[in-house]
Write a protein that binds this ligand. Sequence first.
Ligand SMILES: Cc1ncc(COP(=O)(O)O)c(C=O)c1O
Length: 402
Amino acid sequence: MATRTLTPTAALLDRWRRDTPGCSDRIHLNNAGAALMPRPVLDALLRHLEREAAIGGYEAADEAAARVCETYELVARLVGTAARNIALVENATVGFAQALSALDFRAGDRIVTTRADYPSNQLMYLSLARRAGVETVRAEDLPTGGVDPESVRRLARHPRTRLVAVSWVPTNSGLVQDARAVGEVCAELGVPYLLDACQSVGQMAVDVNELRCDYLAATGRKFLRGPRGIGFLYASDRTLERGAFPLFVDMRGAEWTDPDAFRLADGARRFENWEFAYALVLALGEAARYALAVGSAGGERAGALSADLRQRLAALPGVRVLDRGRELCAIVTIDVRGYDAADLKLRLRERGVNTSSSDRDDGVLDMDEKRATTVLRFSPHYYNTEDEIAAAVQTLAELIRP
Ligand SMILES: Cc1ncc(COP(=O)(O)O)c(C=O)c1O
């Protein structure tokens, strides 16, 4: 029997798909929600849970100590830093909150942010306004979409600016903010820079030194393809040396040395909490290892599939593509005239196509500007195929046929 020879790209795709049990009977275009885990991630998760059941949770953690250490190294390598600069946390939001709480805000202090920052981050800024009188100012967008770094510069020059915070890729559109240009502005002005890279890690190259950020928060389950319920926070050496620590530091982050004194843990560990889901930690390590092995080919392919998807969707009657900005990524968002996106999402799911939907409260400023109240979001990854993209568009076309 003749053996089929695959091109290098087809061979890679074949391998990625064989590693991904979930892609055999669904078209998963919800990687910005939670990607399908590859087999090594799932195996690490299950294996550790089995050890916990067999020998006890604390004992299994001791047994896995070397692999836990390796997880920090793998995650650190993924974002261009050292293990001591990585804190493992429950999710990106916790990482972001821990970093935010390390700043000593006073009434009248300012946070400079964008018009597209993640809703939970915006809520934290508003909470700081209510509790501590901190003011949030939002930089203007460029005419093409995306934050204008010069507007960030003008606002960040204000003497009361304590922080610049940016969601690199927002949740409700394919926009990629110019995180590097904002980092340069912050470095020039000496203002701390907190970057939410939740949708970026696993999708694009991340190098904290190039980004010049002080903190970077991310999650495991999205383009990184890790499990749900774990994320990480990068904290720069500059920040650590300054003695920054989260407001509610716990006994992992510090040692209670005297009745009225404590000593901070070395490195970013001071941003962690004591209790860990070790199965998730080990699975996150495997996700980082997998992402490092896939390398830049993964993000490039996800971007190309998304560009194709965007074009195909734009050609459907009643569909408006909402992604704006000089650089777009593997998140494709549309408004379908006369249809509720949450309802379409469920009907697509019934037909084997996974997508997600966003509402106005996922991005009040952005959604109002686009005059959109409900948005259908497709987010392909490198393990998706061109045929899946065509089939998903065809399925949607059938659902919205006039
Ligand atoms: C841009 C962005 N930032 C932050 C988050 C929050 O991540 P997590 O749910 O892991 O806290 C999300 C989740 O969708 C996101 O899209």
